[in-house]
Ligand binder design. Structure first.
Ligand code: NAD
Ligand code: MG
Length: 388
């Protein structure tokens, strides 16, 4: 039996992780659950799965959760609670959204446990630090992001044999605005941006998919996970979301991973590796599936992709700045205070203020995040003054 801590258990990835556990209950048990909001849902989950530990993000929710939890279930709060949960189980699923997931990534690897990583922001912002803690005895990092799970599977026996890999090819759905021109993107609404054509996900990553920042973050994620140079990481738009990514080898072979777009497959893979689930989430019927097409991304309209490549190539704290500036811009957009087309402007102008910084401690990561957020907020304020 594999025990699993699910941090961010009320979100899109968290809920799908629980569905994987429901499908194979003889195989998995739940050690810890956490959420920042949707506290009723968290309590209901705790009653069903009876974990040892339940973590809330806010002190104001502690007492209520304590009163309603079944016996034997402890409540903890904030980062200390997340850190305790990360050391508790065989596998920790980091399903928190944004930079708030950083303590889980670091603590799980430090504890020498398996990290099933959905929270790409923590790896992107802190990759030099994560690289160090990944070497802890017993620690392993299994990507839950579908593209990286695909690459992990395609690499197979070539893991670590960098000289055999010609390129990683990340696929992108293209998001809801694929094929549009600049004029038709003016004034797109929050609802438009949240209308993803192939995946159903949380709001932040759905907006990131609409700007192609999600793919940009995934390019940096691929570099951090597999050590592949940026010149050997490409992006192709594949609107059907059936090919989840590919590895091209030096002998001309390309290996791809195919399945329906269903996150339960990469989640289950990360939980059960090196075995496989017996449940075919995303299983494919090739004869009934549509044509598979591939096209280049529109880099001039979706500028976030190249902003991410540039930050990745700069290294140091630049990816942390990029990710934080993007979080601020997406929050502002989702709050109705920024136009969709201004998201890339905020990230670009914030990156103009970045001064090279090596970033080698966790404290430095928090500092870089804070500096970038404050730079991004002043960029947003400047834009509002111009708009007024
Ligand atoms: P979501 O918004 O649906 O869920 C986020 C979860 O994190 C919720 O349980 C929420 O309560 C919790 N949370 C939010 N803020 C928090 C904070 N400050 N402290 C502690 N917990 C907090 O997000 P999601 O779509 O499930 O995405 C989670 C992560 O997985 C993101 O990093 C995303 O990029 C990545 N990811 C998601 C998908 C997907 O299909 N949803 C696919 C690939 C990668
Ligand atoms: Mg992805």
């Amino acid at each position: 039996m594999t025990s699993v801590s699910i941090l961010g258990s009320t979100g899109s990835i968290g809920l799908q992780t629980l569905e994987v556990i429901d499908a194979e209950p003889e195989r998995f048990s739940v050690a810890a659950l956490s959420a920042a909001t949707s506290i009723d849902q968290l309590i209901a989950q705790a009653k069903k799965y009876r974990p040892q530990l339940v973590i809330v993000a806010h002190e104001r929710d502690v007492q209520r959760v304590q009163q309603e939890l079944p016996s034997g279930c402890e409540v903890a709060c904030g980062i200390d609670g997340l850190v305790a949960a990360s050391a508790l189980a065989d596998v920790t699923v980091n399903a928190i959204v944004g930079f708030a997931g950083l303590p889980v990534t670091i603590a799980t690897l430090k504890a020498g446990k398996r990290l099933a990583l959905a929270n790409k922001e923590s790896l992107i912002t802190a990759s030099p630090v994560v690289e160090r803690v990944r070497r802890t005895a017993g620690a392993s990092l299994l990507p839950v992001d579908s593209e990286h799970c695909a690459i992990f599977q395609c690499l197979g026996a070539s893991h670590g044999k960098d000289a055999q890999v010609a390129r990683l090819i990340l696929t992108a759905s293209g998001g809801p605005f694929r094929g549009r021109d600049a004029a038709s993107l003016e004034g797109v609404t929050i609802a438009d941006a949240l209308q993803h054509p192939t995946w159903s996900m949380g709001p932040k990553i759905t907006v990131d998919s609409s700007t192609l920042m999600n793919k940009g973050l995934e390019v940096i994620e691929a570099h951090a996970l597999f050590g592949t140079p940026y010149d050997q990481i490409d992006v192709v738009v594949h609107p059907q979301s059936i090919v989840h990514s590919m590895v091209e080898f030096t002998d001309g072979t390309t290996i791809a991973q195919l399945s329906l777009p269903d996150m339960r497959l990469p989640i289950g893979y990360a939980l059960s590796y090196p075995d496989r689930l017996q449940t075919p989430f995303g299983g494919l019927d090739l004869l009934s599936s549509s044509t598979l097409t591939f096209e280049p991304p529109d880099r001039s309209l979706f500028r976030c992709l190249d902003l991410a490549y540039a930050a990745g190539r700069l290294g140091g704290a630049a990816p942390a700045w990029l990710s934080a500036a993007n979080e601020v811009a997406v929050e502002e957009f989702l709050a109705g205070r920024l136009e969709w087309a201004q998201i890339s402007d905020v990230v670009s102008s914030t990156m103009d203020r970045y001064v090279a910084d090596p970033l080698d401690t966790v404290e430095a990561v928090y500092e870089a995040d804070a500096h970038s957020r404050s730079a991004a907020r002043s960029v947003v304020a400047g834009m509002r003054r111009t708009n007024d």
